[in-house]
Design a protein around this ligand. Structure first.
Ligand SMILES: Cc1ncc(C[n+]2csc(CCOP(=O)(O)OP(=O)(O)O)c2C)c(N)n1
Ligand code: SF4
Length: 299
Protein backbone atom coordinates (compact mmCIF):
# COMPACT_ATOMS: atom_id res chain seq x y z
CA UNK A 1 0.00 0.00 0.00
CA UNK A 2 2.15 2.77 -1.26
CA UNK A 3 3.25 4.07 -4.61
CA UNK A 4 5.89 1.31 -4.59
CA UNK A 5 3.35 -1.39 -5.26
CA UNK A 6 2.43 0.14 -8.61
CA UNK A 7 6.01 0.56 -9.77
CA UNK A 8 8.05 -1.95 -11.76
CA UNK A 9 10.57 -4.01 -9.83
CA UNK A 10 14.07 -3.48 -11.18
CA UNK A 11 14.69 -5.43 -14.41
CA UNK A 12 11.07 -6.64 -14.77
CA UNK A 13 9.70 -3.69 -16.73
CA UNK A 14 9.87 -5.26 -20.17
CA UNK A 15 8.26 -8.53 -19.00
CA UNK A 16 5.14 -6.98 -17.47
CA UNK A 17 1.77 -7.39 -19.26
CA UNK A 18 0.40 -4.39 -21.19
CA UNK A 19 -2.43 -3.83 -18.71
CA UNK A 20 0.08 -3.51 -15.89
CA UNK A 21 2.35 -1.22 -17.89
CA UNK A 22 -0.64 1.00 -18.71
CA UNK A 23 -1.53 1.17 -15.04
CA UNK A 24 2.00 2.20 -14.04
CA UNK A 25 2.47 4.65 -16.92
CA UNK A 26 -1.03 6.10 -17.37
CA UNK A 27 -2.85 5.26 -14.12
CA UNK A 28 -3.96 7.84 -11.55
CA UNK A 29 -1.63 6.69 -8.75
CA UNK A 30 0.25 9.58 -7.20
CA UNK A 31 -1.51 12.13 -9.43
CA UNK A 32 -4.43 14.45 -8.87
CA UNK A 33 -7.04 13.24 -11.34
CA UNK A 34 -10.69 14.27 -11.63
CA UNK A 35 -13.82 12.54 -13.00
CA UNK A 36 -13.95 15.23 -15.70
CA UNK A 37 -10.81 13.58 -17.19
CA UNK A 38 -12.48 10.14 -17.41
CA UNK A 39 -11.44 8.45 -20.62
CA UNK A 40 -8.10 10.25 -20.66
CA UNK A 41 -6.26 7.99 -18.20
CA UNK A 42 -6.05 4.34 -17.27
CA UNK A 43 -8.70 3.76 -14.62
CA UNK A 44 -8.18 1.71 -11.47
CA UNK A 45 -11.40 -0.18 -12.25
CA UNK A 46 -12.21 -0.98 -15.87
CA UNK A 47 -13.37 -4.53 -16.39
CA UNK A 48 -16.02 -6.15 -14.20
CA UNK A 49 -18.60 -8.93 -14.44
CA UNK A 50 -21.67 -6.93 -13.33
CA UNK A 51 -24.91 -6.61 -15.37
CA UNK A 52 -24.84 -4.31 -18.42
CA UNK A 53 -26.22 -0.90 -17.47
CA UNK A 54 -25.85 -1.45 -13.72
CA UNK A 55 -25.72 1.96 -12.02
CA UNK A 56 -23.86 0.48 -9.04
CA UNK A 57 -20.86 -0.22 -11.25
CA UNK A 58 -20.85 3.34 -12.56
CA UNK A 59 -20.96 4.61 -8.98
CA UNK A 60 -18.10 2.34 -7.84
CA UNK A 61 -16.01 3.46 -10.80
CA UNK A 62 -16.61 7.14 -9.97
CA UNK A 63 -15.99 6.61 -6.26
CA UNK A 64 -12.64 4.95 -6.90
CA UNK A 65 -11.56 7.78 -9.23
CA UNK A 66 -12.48 10.19 -6.42
CA UNK A 67 -10.32 8.56 -3.70
CA UNK A 68 -7.88 11.29 -2.66
CA UNK A 69 -4.88 8.87 -2.41
CA UNK A 70 -5.74 5.61 -4.20
CA UNK A 71 -2.22 4.24 -3.65
CA UNK A 72 -2.82 4.50 0.11
CA UNK A 73 -6.41 3.24 0.21
CA UNK A 74 -7.86 -0.15 1.13
CA UNK A 75 -11.48 -1.02 0.36
CA UNK A 76 -13.48 -3.41 2.52
CA UNK A 77 -16.58 -5.20 1.27
CA UNK A 78 -18.88 -8.10 1.79
CA UNK A 79 -21.22 -10.46 -0.08
CA UNK A 80 -23.36 -8.68 -2.68
CA UNK A 81 -23.11 -7.40 -6.24
CA UNK A 82 -20.65 -4.58 -5.48
CA UNK A 83 -17.77 -6.86 -4.50
CA UNK A 84 -17.79 -8.34 -8.02
CA UNK A 85 -16.54 -4.99 -9.35
CA UNK A 86 -14.59 -3.70 -6.34
CA UNK A 87 -12.48 -6.88 -6.30
CA UNK A 88 -11.42 -6.17 -9.93
CA UNK A 89 -9.89 -2.80 -9.06
CA UNK A 90 -6.13 -2.33 -8.84
CA UNK A 91 -6.23 -1.42 -5.15
CA UNK A 92 -6.32 -3.79 -2.17
CA UNK A 93 -9.77 -5.17 -1.28
CA UNK A 94 -10.61 -7.02 1.93
CA UNK A 95 -13.59 -9.36 1.82
CA UNK A 96 -14.96 -10.86 5.03
CA UNK A 97 -18.10 -12.71 6.07
CA UNK A 98 -21.43 -11.21 5.10
CA UNK A 99 -22.06 -8.20 7.33
CA UNK A 100 -18.62 -8.13 9.01
CA UNK A 101 -17.28 -5.25 6.96
CA UNK A 102 -17.45 -2.46 9.56
CA UNK A 103 -15.88 -4.70 12.22
CA UNK A 104 -13.07 -5.65 9.83
CA UNK A 105 -12.61 -2.01 8.79
CA UNK A 106 -12.41 -0.89 12.44
CA UNK A 107 -9.51 -3.24 13.14
CA UNK A 108 -7.82 -2.44 9.85
CA UNK A 109 -8.08 1.32 10.26
CA UNK A 110 -6.72 1.19 13.83
CA UNK A 111 -3.93 -1.19 12.82
CA UNK A 112 -2.85 1.05 9.92
CA UNK A 113 -2.69 4.06 12.23
CA UNK A 114 -0.50 2.15 14.69
CA UNK A 115 1.76 0.86 11.93
CA UNK A 116 2.06 4.03 9.81
CA UNK A 117 1.49 6.83 12.32
CA UNK A 118 0.77 10.11 10.62
CA UNK A 119 1.11 8.81 7.05
CA UNK A 120 -2.49 8.69 5.81
CA UNK A 121 -3.87 5.23 4.95
CA UNK A 122 -7.57 5.43 4.11
CA UNK A 123 -10.09 2.66 4.69
CA UNK A 124 -13.34 2.76 2.72
CA UNK A 125 -16.18 0.28 3.21
CA UNK A 126 -18.46 -0.32 0.23
CA UNK A 127 -21.33 -2.73 0.84
CA UNK A 128 -24.90 -3.27 -0.29
CA UNK A 129 -28.00 -2.11 1.56
CA UNK A 130 -28.60 -5.66 2.85
CA UNK A 131 -25.02 -5.92 4.09
CA UNK A 132 -25.16 -2.47 5.70
CA UNK A 133 -28.69 -1.97 7.03
CA UNK A 134 -29.72 -5.59 7.69
CA UNK A 135 -27.05 -8.22 8.25
CA UNK A 136 -24.22 -5.85 9.20
CA UNK A 137 -26.43 -3.31 10.96
CA UNK A 138 -25.09 -3.81 14.52
CA UNK A 139 -21.45 -3.62 13.45
CA UNK A 140 -22.14 -0.57 11.27
CA UNK A 141 -23.89 1.33 14.04
CA UNK A 142 -21.32 0.42 16.69
CA UNK A 143 -18.45 1.53 14.47
CA UNK A 144 -20.21 4.90 14.13
CA UNK A 145 -20.85 5.22 17.86
CA UNK A 146 -17.16 4.48 18.42
CA UNK A 147 -16.34 7.18 15.83
CA UNK A 148 -14.03 4.86 13.90
CA UNK A 149 -12.09 6.87 11.36
CA UNK A 150 -13.16 5.35 8.06
CA UNK A 151 -15.88 5.91 5.46
CA UNK A 152 -18.91 3.66 5.06
CA UNK A 153 -20.57 3.73 1.64
CA UNK A 154 -23.91 2.00 1.23
CA UNK A 155 -24.52 0.80 -2.34
CA UNK A 156 -28.28 1.23 -2.00
CA UNK A 157 -30.10 -0.54 -4.80
CA UNK A 158 -33.07 -1.14 -2.45
CA UNK A 159 -32.95 -4.92 -2.92
CA UNK A 160 -30.84 -8.02 -2.37
CA UNK A 161 -29.64 -7.98 -5.96
CA UNK A 162 -26.99 -10.67 -5.85
CA UNK A 163 -29.42 -13.33 -4.60
CA UNK A 164 -32.27 -12.62 -7.00
CA UNK A 165 -34.48 -9.92 -5.52
CA UNK A 166 -35.46 -10.27 -1.84
CA UNK A 167 -36.60 -7.10 -0.01
CA UNK A 168 -34.15 -5.38 2.31
CA UNK A 169 -34.64 -2.87 5.10
CA UNK A 170 -33.89 -0.19 2.48
CA UNK A 171 -36.63 -1.32 0.05
CA UNK A 172 -39.53 1.14 -0.07
CA UNK A 173 -42.88 0.25 1.41
CA UNK A 174 -45.14 -1.20 -1.24
CA UNK A 175 -42.36 -2.35 -3.58
CA UNK A 176 -43.05 -5.72 -5.21
CA UNK A 177 -39.93 -7.70 -6.06
CA UNK A 178 -39.26 -11.06 -7.66
CA UNK A 179 -38.74 -12.72 -4.29
CA UNK A 180 -41.04 -10.41 -2.31
CA UNK A 181 -44.24 -10.82 -4.34
CA UNK A 182 -46.65 -9.53 -1.67
CA UNK A 183 -45.03 -6.11 -1.51
CA UNK A 184 -42.97 -4.69 1.33
CA UNK A 185 -45.09 -3.89 4.39
CA UNK A 186 -42.74 -1.48 6.17
CA UNK A 187 -41.01 1.82 5.45
CA UNK A 188 -37.50 2.20 4.08
CA UNK A 189 -35.06 2.45 7.01
CA UNK A 190 -33.84 5.99 7.63
CA UNK A 191 -30.13 5.18 7.74
CA UNK A 192 -29.20 8.83 7.16
CA UNK A 193 -30.90 9.86 10.38
CA UNK A 194 -29.36 6.90 12.20
CA UNK A 195 -25.91 7.93 11.00
CA UNK A 196 -26.50 11.42 12.37
CA UNK A 197 -27.79 10.11 15.72
CA UNK A 198 -24.78 7.77 15.98
CA UNK A 199 -22.47 10.77 15.60
CA UNK A 200 -21.10 10.46 12.06
CA UNK A 201 -19.01 13.52 11.24
CA UNK A 202 -20.31 13.72 7.65
CA UNK A 203 -23.44 12.20 6.10
CA UNK A 204 -24.54 12.54 2.47
CA UNK A 205 -26.69 10.96 -0.24
CA UNK A 206 -25.52 10.68 -3.83
CA UNK A 207 -26.79 9.36 -7.14
CA UNK A 208 -24.31 8.55 -9.93
CA UNK A 209 -26.17 10.74 -12.44
CA UNK A 210 -23.97 13.60 -11.22
CA UNK A 211 -20.31 12.49 -11.37
CA UNK A 212 -18.91 15.79 -10.09
CA UNK A 213 -21.09 15.63 -6.99
CA UNK A 214 -20.08 11.99 -6.41
CA UNK A 215 -16.46 13.07 -6.64
CA UNK A 216 -16.79 15.97 -4.23
CA UNK A 217 -18.83 13.97 -1.68
CA UNK A 218 -16.42 10.99 -1.71
CA UNK A 219 -13.35 13.20 -1.34
CA UNK A 220 -14.89 15.08 1.59
CA UNK A 221 -16.01 11.85 3.26
CA UNK A 222 -12.57 10.20 3.01
CA UNK A 223 -10.68 13.30 4.17
CA UNK A 224 -13.06 13.95 7.09
CA UNK A 225 -12.85 10.27 8.18
CA UNK A 226 -9.06 10.51 8.04
CA UNK A 227 -8.98 13.41 10.50
CA UNK A 228 -12.24 13.47 12.47
CA UNK A 229 -14.42 10.35 12.66
CA UNK A 230 -16.90 8.10 10.86
CA UNK A 231 -18.46 9.30 7.63
CA UNK A 232 -21.45 7.80 5.83
CA UNK A 233 -22.50 8.03 2.20
CA UNK A 234 -25.75 6.54 0.95
CA UNK A 235 -25.42 6.03 -2.78
CA UNK A 236 -28.63 5.28 -4.64
CA UNK A 237 -27.67 2.89 -7.46
CA UNK A 238 -30.54 1.67 -9.67
CA UNK A 239 -30.67 -2.11 -10.10
CA UNK A 240 -31.97 -2.50 -13.63
CA UNK A 241 -32.28 -6.28 -13.30
CA UNK A 242 -34.36 -6.62 -10.11
CA UNK A 243 -36.44 -3.48 -10.76
CA UNK A 244 -36.86 -4.34 -14.45
CA UNK A 245 -35.57 -0.96 -15.61
CA UNK A 246 -34.66 -1.08 -19.32
CA UNK A 247 -30.92 -0.57 -19.70
CA UNK A 248 -31.35 2.64 -21.69
CA UNK A 249 -33.60 4.09 -18.92
CA UNK A 250 -31.22 3.53 -15.99
CA UNK A 251 -29.95 7.12 -15.99
CA UNK A 252 -33.54 8.42 -16.22
CA UNK A 253 -34.31 6.43 -13.07
CA UNK A 254 -31.23 7.94 -11.41
CA UNK A 255 -32.24 11.46 -12.49
CA UNK A 256 -35.70 10.90 -11.08
CA UNK A 257 -34.34 9.67 -7.74
CA UNK A 258 -31.95 12.62 -7.57
CA UNK A 259 -34.89 14.96 -8.10
CA UNK A 260 -36.86 13.28 -5.30
CA UNK A 261 -33.92 13.45 -2.91
CA UNK A 262 -33.41 17.15 -3.69
CA UNK A 263 -37.12 17.92 -3.19
CA UNK A 264 -37.31 16.16 0.19
CA UNK A 265 -39.69 13.50 -1.12
CA UNK A 266 -37.11 10.78 -0.66
CA UNK A 267 -39.31 8.46 1.41
CA UNK A 268 -41.68 8.27 -1.55
CA UNK A 269 -39.05 7.15 -4.02
CA UNK A 270 -40.36 4.67 -6.51
CA UNK A 271 -39.16 3.48 -9.81
CA UNK A 272 -41.44 5.62 -11.98
CA UNK A 273 -43.25 8.95 -11.43
CA UNK A 274 -46.59 7.13 -11.83
CA UNK A 275 -45.77 4.59 -9.11
CA UNK A 276 -44.56 7.38 -6.85
CA UNK A 277 -47.84 9.28 -7.27
CA UNK A 278 -49.85 6.16 -6.37
CA UNK A 279 -47.61 5.57 -3.39
CA UNK A 280 -48.04 9.12 -2.05
CA UNK A 281 -51.81 8.87 -2.49
CA UNK A 282 -51.94 5.57 -0.61
CA UNK A 283 -49.86 7.07 2.16
CA UNK A 284 -52.15 10.10 2.54
CA UNK A 285 -55.19 7.80 2.61
CA UNK A 286 -53.62 5.72 5.36
CA UNK A 287 -52.83 8.73 7.56
CA UNK A 288 -56.08 10.70 7.03
CA UNK A 289 -58.13 8.92 9.76
CA UNK A 290 -55.27 9.37 12.23
CA UNK A 291 -54.99 13.09 11.46
CA UNK A 292 -58.77 13.47 11.84
CA UNK A 293 -58.76 11.60 15.16
CA UNK A 294 -56.18 13.95 16.64
CA UNK A 295 -57.89 17.00 15.17
CA UNK A 296 -55.26 17.87 12.57
CA UNK A 297 -56.61 19.51 9.42
CA UNK A 298 -55.41 18.34 6.04
CA UNK A 299 -55.13 20.87 3.22
C1 LIG B 1 -23.92 -15.20 6.10
C2 LIG B 1 -24.47 -15.13 4.69
N1 LIG B 1 -25.80 -15.16 4.49
C3 LIG B 1 -26.30 -15.07 3.25
C4 LIG B 1 -25.45 -14.97 2.18
C5 LIG B 1 -26.04 -14.93 0.78
N2 LIG B 1 -26.00 -13.63 0.21
C6 LIG B 1 -25.04 -13.26 -0.66
S1 LIG B 1 -25.26 -11.75 -1.30
C7 LIG B 1 -26.70 -11.56 -0.43
C8 LIG B 1 -27.56 -10.33 -0.58
C9 LIG B 1 -26.83 -9.11 -0.94
O1 LIG B 1 -27.71 -8.01 -0.90
P1 LIG B 1 -27.14 -6.56 -0.65
O2 LIG B 1 -26.25 -6.54 0.54
O3 LIG B 1 -28.29 -5.62 -0.62
O4 LIG B 1 -26.22 -6.31 -1.92
P2 LIG B 1 -26.59 -6.29 -3.48
O5 LIG B 1 -26.33 -7.68 -3.97
O6 LIG B 1 -28.01 -5.87 -3.66
O7 LIG B 1 -25.65 -5.31 -4.04
C10 LIG B 1 -26.98 -12.66 0.35
C11 LIG B 1 -28.16 -12.81 1.20
C12 LIG B 1 -24.06 -14.95 2.40
N3 LIG B 1 -23.18 -14.82 1.40
N4 LIG B 1 -23.60 -15.04 3.67
S1 SF4 C 1 -28.42 -7.52 -10.06
FE1 SF4 C 1 -28.73 -5.29 -10.09
S2 SF4 C 1 -27.18 -4.40 -8.71
FE2 SF4 C 1 -26.58 -6.53 -9.19
S3 SF4 C 1 -25.17 -6.32 -10.95
FE3 SF4 C 1 -27.22 -6.69 -11.78
S4 SF4 C 1 -28.12 -4.63 -12.14
FE4 SF4 C 1 -26.33 -4.40 -10.79
Amino acid sequence: MSLDYVKFSGGFEKFMPKEYRDMVEHGPFGKKISVSQMGAFKEILEEHPMCAGCAMTLFIRLAIIAFPNPEDTITVGTAGCGRLAISQAAIPFVYGNYGDQNGVASGLSRGLRLRFGDKPKDVVVMAGDGGTADIGFAQVLHSWFRKERFTTIMLDNEVYGNTGGQESGMTNRGAVLKMAPLGKKFEKMDMLQMAKVAGCAYVATVVPNNPRRVESVIKKAVLIAREVGSTYIQAYTSCNIEYAIPTDKVMEDDDFRAMLIASGLEPYRHSTPEKTRQFVEQDIARWTPVFRAIGLKLN
